[in-house]
Design a protein around this ligand. Structure first.
Ligand SMILES: Cc1ncc(COP(=O)(O)O)c(C=O)c1O
Length: 477
């Protein structure tokens, strides 16, 4: 049984509210603009509408509902105070074209958030213009490219990217017209320095790296890597998607990175866009500040203003990015305070290691030793079930599954990122479910092969859904 559409519960004459008679006089519209067929709107009561949309909202799974350990995504809770601040009518009502003198509060938020991010990352200044992490990557690479061009070093058009990197890294390089050189990882999951040295030459513009990397392991040779790249005349780009693990503990700037992006929707507790507004601010070292996208927010004589730089890579978004997302990140940082921000990385790492140690007898651990903010398993130790089966069965236990089959370094990757927000009780319940599933895989593997059993839609054909999506309503009863 499918839930009825709002049009299907419509009954002629039902209304949700009654409007007063219009005070606007009749307006003679030109004939070609007048409606010829009556508008087909659903006729429903307020209660119909409330129930319909409440029911729909419950079909989704969100962080506000339960544990969401999606690796590489940092699905942390977004405190409601962030939304309350972003909903302030003085922020919501701003127009991007209004004079800077009348928007000093908003410009101050941009300026101060950049200052806080600088303190946390060791880079000089941030631009909030990019709309997402991947957009930040592309912006950062444009800065890298422009740096070499402005030095008349025209040959440098190659970017080194480890094989463990997120797919957006090579995609961003390609979008910027740059070529990718892939370096393999060692069996410890970190960059193979010997192989890195082999690909260095005067065509290399820079290297993109996330640290901890997508296997959840800290690149312990990062200082040596940065030194090698800089000696080669190349720049270091930090993919900040995994910054949560380091927050308040160590800084990309101190590791030798020149350019980075941050996913505000991950580390700084703003909503994951889901196609909606996101924010991927880009930060740079002092010598690259003039290349940041236009415009920059500057403070002069106690007044904030927008400055356009002739050396800049130009504009990468309409106006100045998604302002209300920045308000949320600002609120998050101010409510944590300097004294607590250092706990974020530490607690995120502790939680991931707690899960790793609790599950390592049941799920294969391809890389031993301490992980950072996320742990990657490579399928079950025993039993006849795949990582996909485990993920589907977890839904029956009421959890959003972890990331599966990424990173691609292992055949049965199962990547769990608990974030710092979760309590020991939540982690224990999840661990319990994972152990039960591991036992089911040995005793009754069919239960896993056919999971999920409790969801409205059972197992989807993922490939078919991606290749031939049906995006319109279709009665499947
Ligand atoms: C390591 C890494 N880099 C980059 C990105 C891209 O970020 P966004 O989804 O905001 O574009 C992600 C997203 O999950 C990621 O995990």
């Amino acid at each position: 049984m499918y839930d009825k559409l709002i049009f299907e519960i419509s009954k002629p004459g039902r209304v949700g509210c009654s409007l007063p008679k219009s005070e606007v006089k009749d307006w003679n519209l030109p004939e070609e603009l007048t409606r010829k067929i009556a508008l087909d709107m659903p006729e429903v009561t307020e209660l119909d509408v409330v129930r319909h949309f409440t029911r729909l909202s419950q079909k989704n799974y969100g962080v506000d509902q339960g544990f969401y350990p999606l690796g590489s995504c940092t699905m942390k809770y977004n405190p409601k105070i962030n939304d309350e601040m972003a909903g302030n009518p003085n922020f919501v009502g701003l127009h991007p074209l209004q004079p800077a003198e009348t928007a000093q509060g908003a410009l101050e938020i941009y300026y101060q958030t950049s200052k806080m991010l600088s303190e946390l990352t060791g880079l000089a200044e941030f631009s909030f213009n990019p709309f997402a992490g991947a957009h930040g990557e592309a912006t950062g690479l444009m800065i890298m490219k422009e740096y070499h061009l402005q030095r008349h070093d025209y040959k440098r058009n190659k970017v080194i990217i480890p094989d463990s990197a997120h797919g957006t890294n090579p995609a961003s390089a390609s979008v910027c017209g740059m070529e990718t050189i892939v370096v393999p990882s060692t069996e410890l999951g970190t960059v193979d320095i010997a192989k890195l040295k082999e690909v260095l030459n005067d065509e290399v513009a820079g290297m993109m790296l996330t640290n901890p990397n997508t296997v959840g392991i800290f690149e312990k040779d990062i200082l040596e890597i940065s030194k090698l790249m800089h000696a080669n005349g190349s720049l270091m780009y930090y993919d900040g998607a995994n910054l949560n693990a380091l927050l308040g503990v160590s800084r990309p700037g101190d590791m030798g990175f020149d350019i980075m992006h941050i996913n505000l929707h991950k580390t700084f507790s703003t909503p994951h866009g889901g196609g909606g507004p996101g924010s991927g601010p880009v930060g740079v070292t002092k010598n690259l500040v003039q290349l940041l996208p236009n415009p920059r927010v500057v403070l002069e004589n106690n007044q904030y203003r927008l400055q356009t730089n002739p050396l800049s890579i130009g504009s990468v978004s309409g106006f100045y990015g998604n302002f209300l997302v920045v308000v949320r990140a600002y609120t998050y940082l101010r409510s944590l305070g300097k004294e607590n921000v250092g706990l974020v990385g530490k607690m995120a790492v502790l939680n991931a290691n707690y899960i790793k140690e609790s599950l390592k007898d049941y799920y294969k651990l391809p890389i031993k030793g301490a992980c950072k903010h996320e742990v990657v398993f490579d399928g079950l130790v025993k039993g006849d079930a795949s990582t996909l089966d485990v993920a589907k069965r977890l839904m029956d236990y009421g959890y959003h599954p972890p990331t599966i089959y990424f990173p691609m370094l292992f055949h049965q990757s199962l990547m769990i990122e608990p974030t710092e927000m979760e309590s020991k009780e939540t982690l224990d319940d999840f661990i319990d479910a994972m152990i039960k599933i591991a036992k089911e895989a040995e005793e009754n593997p069919e239960l896993l092969h056919n999971a999920p059993h409790t969801t409205i839609i059972r197992r989807l054909d993922d490939v078919k859904a991606a290749r031939t999506p049906i995006v319109k309503f279709k009665d499947i009863t």
